[in-house]
Design a protein around this ligand. Structure first.
Ligand SMILES: O=C(O)CCC(=O)C(=O)O
Ligand SMILES: [Fe+2]
Length: 200
């Protein structure tokens, strides 16, 4: 695992992003997929919004995903495996890059067929505590032609990341604009942020 954590650190230093395969093993992904949550997302998940607190808006023209926040105290064991790994990653980044990240927040995410998230930056205008975006994909046998790529915009260019199971994408929330392209298949992930402040 330490090697994977090192590659996240190296990627962040070199390019402000890292793409790491097998952050979750096939088996760990399978355990998460057996949770009732994803299977009952129509009852349990909420339509994701844009902005925060009083500024929160629902706008399907911008994003069409459904989310369920994970609570660190009550998350089921299969999800806890991921939260603990994220916590280890944070400790590793703090040590190796001299960061002082304090906390993280994660939601389970479903993009129904045809939905997307238009180009955006993850940091809020009035709240800059989200420092790193971390997304882990849960889609077994995802194929290029099914779409659903995460498109990341760099200074002069852009590139696409396929949302394949076990893959972690980590990038600086304040600098990298990105978007989620529509897919022909339901797209599942764990979406989170590493924060420089403890959540109340
Ligand atoms: O699922 C992804 O690939 C990215 C999601 C995203 O950009 C977000 O939730 O802010
Ligand atoms: Fe985002």
């Amino acid at each position: 695992m330490n090697e994977l954590f090192d590659s996240v650190a190296d990627g962040l230093v070199d390019k402000s992003y890292a793409i790491i395969d097998n952050f979750l093993t096939t088996d760990e992904v399978a355990q998460i997929l057996t949770l009732p949550h994803f299977n009952q997302h129509e009852q349990l998940f909420k339509k994701a919004g844009i902005g925060k607190n009083a500024d929160l808006q629902i706008n399907e023209a911008i994003r069409g995903d459904y989310i369920l926040w994970l609570d660190k105290n009550t998350a089921p064991p299969a999800a806890m495996v991921y939260l603990n790994r994220l916590n280890e990653l944070i400790q590793h980044l703090n040590r190796s890059l001299f960061l002082s990240m304090k906390d993280y927040e994660v939601h389970m995410t479903v993009y129904p067929v045809g939905t997307y998230y238009k180009r955006h930056l993850d940091q809020f205008k009035k709240d800059d505590h989200r420092k790193l975006s971390v997304i882990c994909y849960l889609n077994t046998n995802w194929k290029e032609e099914e779409g659903g790529q995460l498109r990341i915009y760099t200074d002069h260019d852009s590139f696409d990341v396929l949302p394949v199971a076990g893959r972690l994408v980590c990038f600086r929330s304040d600098v990298l604009e990105h978007e989620v392209l529509p897919a022909t298949r339901q797209r599942l992930s764990l979406t989170g942020w590493i924060l420089d402040q403890q959540i109340m």
